[in-house]
Design a binder for this molecule. Structure first.
Ligand code: FES
Length: 108
């Protein structure tokens, strides 16, 4: 599926993300090297670091509900907006073809 990911410099990248590899959005960001090494996915996708925070620009209603863990982590994170999600908690599925997200700034 095609996903548009706006990096931390504001540059948009349209990537072709596989739906058959059990990937989440954080892993897509990492595999296409859309953020400097070691700045996204620090906890390995456990909803424990918020380094993978992104802003959802469309399809927000189609994403899985936030878990308690994700909500708690976002409560403590920097630069949180109403449309913030932890990208590691978003599995790549067919319905998300056309998803657009923006990476949140790196936490200070
Ligand atoms: Fe740590 Fe998503 S990778 S919260």
């Amino acid at each position: 599926i095609k996903i548009t990911i706006i990096d931390r410099e504001g540059e948009a990248h349209v990537v072709d993300a596989p739906t058959d590899m059990n990937m989440n959005l954080m892993e897509v960001v990492r595999s296409f090297e859309l953020a400097p090494e070691g700045t996204v996915g620090i906890c390995g996708g456990m909803a424990m670091c918020a380094s993978c925070q992104c802003y959802i620009l469309n399809f927000e209603h189609m994403l899985p509900e936030q878990s308690i863990e994700e909500e708690d982590m976002l409560d403590q994170a920097f630069f949180v907006q109403d449309n913030s999600r932890l990208s590691c908690q978003i599995p790549i599925t067919e319905e998300l073809d056309g998803l657009e997200v923006k990476l949140a700034p790196e936490a200070p």
